[in-house]
Unconditional design. Structure first.
Ligand code: ATP
Length: 587
C-alpha cells in the first residue's frame, strides 16, 4: 500500500466537519488497507506509532523539520520560516516548498506505508549522541521521495501536529462497519479497547479474526485497562437515591491513581492517563512484590504521600517531587508514600471486571498481605443519610477529600473507560459556596507588572469541549500563585509556547503568550456566571453568552496526571451552573 493513499484519505477527512462522513471515509481507508497493515494505519491516523501507554513519541522539533525541508527543497531556512509565519502550519509550508522543487526533479521512488512507518519508528527510537543528525538524515530521506501532499502529512505527523480530529470512538465505529459486520457490533470492539487501551492491536484482531475473534479478547497483564470514572452529586440524599438506598461508602484518598500490573516478580505501574510511572515509585514496586499474594494481578489504588512521623496523609502536590529523572532515591526518603487499594480487576487468570463490586473487593482483600504501607481503602456499608454523613465527617477528619460511594448491585461491574453512576463522588467542596474545584487547561498567559514583572501576571484558562474537540476560555486567573509557582510556570509552560493562538483554542482574548493545550491546573472559583467574553459552552444557557468562573484561585494542585482532554468539560460547567442556580433558588 502506498502512503499516497493515506494522504488522499487524510485530505478528504480534513475537509469534512461531519463525524458521520469522517467515519465513512475512515471505513473506506480501512477496507482498502491490507490486513497486516491495519494496526499501523490506525496508529498513523491518530498521529501515533504505538498505543499511548508505550510512551513512544515522534519527537521531531519544528526547527529540525525546517532544516530537513530546506535541505530537500534546496531553499533557505529563512525563506521557509518566513512562509511558516504566514501559514502557521508546517504541513502547508512543506507542501508548497516540495511542490516548487518537484518541478525540477524527475525521479522519485513511491513511498509505501510500510517504509514510512519504519522510518518514523526509527526516528522515534533514535536517542543519545548524534541523534539529531540521524533524525535529520532519516527525515530528509523520507521527504526526498515524498510528493508535496505526502510531505505535508509526514511533517505534520513527525512534529505532532497531525490533527485530523479522529477520536477513538470514530475509529471504533469505523472498525465495526469495516470488519465487525455493522455499527451495532461496536460494543464488542469497544470492550476489547477498554481492556487493552490499544486501538491498533484491536484493529488488527478484528480485521484478521472478525467479530468472533474480538469477542474472545481477554484482559492481559501489562496491558492497562481504561479506568472506571465516577459521577458527582452534591448531597447524600441524592447519592443514596441514585444508588437504590444503599451503597458502600469508601474513603476518597487524595493522591495519584495507580493501576498496578504484576506477573511473577515483574511489576508495572500505570497512571490515571495510563502512562508507565514505575520509575517514580521504586518503593511502591517493592511493596507490591512483597505484599500482593498472587502470581498475576491487576489492582487499583491511590498512592498517597505520607508523613511517617505522624502517620498523616500529606497533600497530593508532594507527589510532584517524584516526577524526576534523577535523585529518585532521595525523593523516596523525603516524600514517602503509602498505597490505599480500592479495586481488583484481574487475579491469577480470572478477569474480575465483569464481577460486581463486592466480589472484586473480596478478591482484593484476599490478595493483599496487609502492612502499614499497603492498606485497603477504608469503607463501610451505609443505608441512610445519617450514616453517610457520619462517615463523610470521619473521612474528612482523617485527611481525605470525601467519599466514593459505590453501588453494590448486580450491575456494579467495573465499567472500564466509562464515567457512570456506579461510583459517585461526594467531596467537601460541595458543601462550600462554590460547587467544586475544576481542572482547567492553560491556553495563554499575560505578562505581569509591578511585583510580578518578568513573570506571568495571569493565565488564560479553558475547559474542554468534548463534542467539538476544542478548548474554550472560561476564566483568567492570577490568584493563588506562590513565588514557587511563579518560578515553576515558565519552566512548565515554555515547552508548549506557540507563536499564535492554537487552532483548537476558542478565545476572544488576545493573550501575550499562547500555549498549546497541555498543562492542567486545579482551580477553585466563587461562582459561575454568564459571560459575553468567555466562550465556554457558548449559547448553551443563553444565546450570545458563554460561561465564566468568577474569582478563580489556583489551589496549588498541578494536575500533571491529566491530559488536556481530561480537563473539566464545558458541559460539566453547564451542569455546575444549573446546579448552582437550583441551590440559590432553594435558599
Ligand atoms: P476523574 O478521575 O473522575 O476524572 P478527578 O481526577 O478530578 O476526576 P476526583 O474527582 O477527585 O478526580 O475523583 C476520582 C479519583 O478519586 C479517582 O480517579 C481515584 O484516583 C481517586 N480515588 C481515591 N480514593 C478512591 C476510592 N476509594 N475509589 C475510587 N477512586 C478513588
Amino acid at each position: 500500500m502506498n502512503y499516497a493513499q493515506i494522504a488522499d484519505a487524510y485530505e478528504k477527512i480534513e475537509a469534512t466537519p461531519k463525524r458521520l462522513e469522517m467515519t465513512d471515509l475512515l471505513v473506506e481507508l480501512l477496507k482498502n488497507t491490507p490486513v497486516n497493515l491495519i494496526g499501523k494505519v490506525v496508529y498513523l491516523t491518530q498521529g501515533k506509532l504505538y498505543p499511548d501507554f508505550e510512551g513512544i513519541e515522534m519527537g521531531i522539533a519544528e526547527k529540525l523539520a525546517i532544516k530537513a525541508l530546506a535541505r530537500v527543497s534546496g531553499s533557505r531556512e529563512s525563506e521557509i520560516e518566513e512562509d511558516l509565519k504566514k501559514s502557521g502550519d508546517i504541513g502547508e509550508t512543506a507542501q508548497a516548498f516540495i511542490a516548487k522543487k518537484k518541478q525540477s526533479t524527475f525521479f522519485q521512488k513511491a513511498l509505501t506505508v510500510q517504509r514510512v512507518y519504519e522510518l518514523l519508528d526509527k526516528m522515534a527510537k533514535t536517542s543519545g549522541s548524534g541523534a539529531v543528525d540521524s533524525k535529520m538524515a532519516l527525515l530528509s530521506g523520507l521527504l526526498s521521495d515524498a510528493s508535496p501532499k505526502e510531505a505535508k502529512y509526514i511533517l505534520r505527523t513527525v512534529t505532532g501536529s497531525l490533527r485530523l480530529g479522529i477520536a477513538d470512538m470514530t475509529v471504533l465505529d469505523a472498525l465495526a462497519i469495516a470488519y465487525g459486520g455493522g455499527k451495532e457490533t461496536r460494543e464488542f470492539i469497544e470492550r476489547a479497547y477498554n481492556i487493552s487501551s490499544d486501538l491498533g492491536k484491536v484493529a488488527n484482531i478484528v480485521a484478521e479474526k472478525g467479530l468472533e475473534g474480538i469477542k474472545k479478547y481477554k484482559v492481559e497483564v501489562f496491558e492497562p485497562i481504561r479506568p472506571m470514572l465516577a459521577e458527582r452529586l452534591a448531597s447524600p440524599e441524592e447519592i443514596l437515591d441514585k444508588l437504590g438506598g444503599k451503597c458502600v461508602a469508601e474513603y476518597k484518598y487524595d493522591g495519584e491513581r495507580i493501576q498496578l500490573h504484576k506477573k511473577g516478580n515483574e511489576v508495572v505501574l500505570f497512571s490515571r492517563r495510563l502512562e508507565k510511572i514505575s520509575n517514580q515509585y521504586p518503593d511502591a514496586i517493592e511493596l507490591v512484590k512483597k505484599c500482593v499474594n498472587a502470581e498475576e494481578a491487576i489492582l487499583e489504588g491511590e498512592c498517597v504521600a505520607m508523613d511517617l512521623e505522624t502517620g498523616e496523609m500529606r497533600p497530593f502536590q508532594e507527589l510532584m517531587h517524584r516526577r524526576r529523572k534523577y535523585g529518585i532515591e532521595q525523593a523516596m526518603v523525603q516524600y514517602p508514600v503509602s498505597l490505599f487499594m480500592f479495586d481488583a480487576l484481574f487475579v491469577d487468570g480470572e478477569d474480575l471486571t465483569r464481577e460486581p463490586y463486592l466480589v472484586r473487593r473480596k478478591a482484593l482483600e484476599q490478595v493483599i498481605v496487609k502492612s502499614d504501607k499497603i492498606i485497603l481503602a477504608k469503607n463501610v456499608k451505609v443505608g441512610n443519610v445519617k450514616q453517610l454523613e457520619e462517615f463523610f465527617e470521619e473521612a474528612i477528619e482523617d485527611g481525605c477529600e470525601g467519599l466514593m460511594c459505590k453501588a453494590i448491585g448486580k450491575e456494579s461491574v467495573y465499567q472500564a473507560g466509562a464515567r457512570g453512576w456506579q461510583w459517585i463522588k461526594y467531596k467537601r467542596d460541595y458543601k462550600s459556596e462554590m460547587t467544586d474545584t475544576v481542572d482547567l487547561v492553560v491556553v495563554g498567559a499575560f505578562h505581569g507588572r509591578g511585583k510580578r514583572a518578568g513573570a506571568y501576571g495571569a493565565l488564560l484558562l479553558a475547559t474542554y469541549n468534548k463534542e467539538k474537540d476544542t478548548f474554550e476560555t472560561v476564566t483568567k486567573c492570577g490568584t493563588g500563585f506562590t513565588d514557587k509557582d511563579l518560578a515553576i510556570f515558565p519552566e512548565m509552560l515554555q515547552r508548549h509556547e506557540i507563536p499564535r493562538k492554537h487552532s483548537r483554542v476558542q478565545s476572544t482574548f488576545e493573550a501575550d503568550v499562547w500555549f498549546e493545550p497541555a498543562v492542567v491546573l486545579e482551580i477553585l472559583g466563587a461562582e459561575i456566571t454568564l459571560s459575553p467574553i468567555h466562550l465556554c459552552a457558548m449559547d448553551s444557557i443563553r444565546k450570545g453568552s458563554g460561561l465564566a468562573i468568577r474569582f478563580p484561585r489556583f489551589t496549588g494542585k498541578y494536575r500533571t496526571d491529566k491530559a488536556a482532554e481530561d480537563a473539566t468539560t464545558s458541559m460539566e460547567i453547564v451542569e455546575m451552573y444549573r446546579g448552582q442556580l437550583k441551590k440559590i433558588g432553594e435558599s
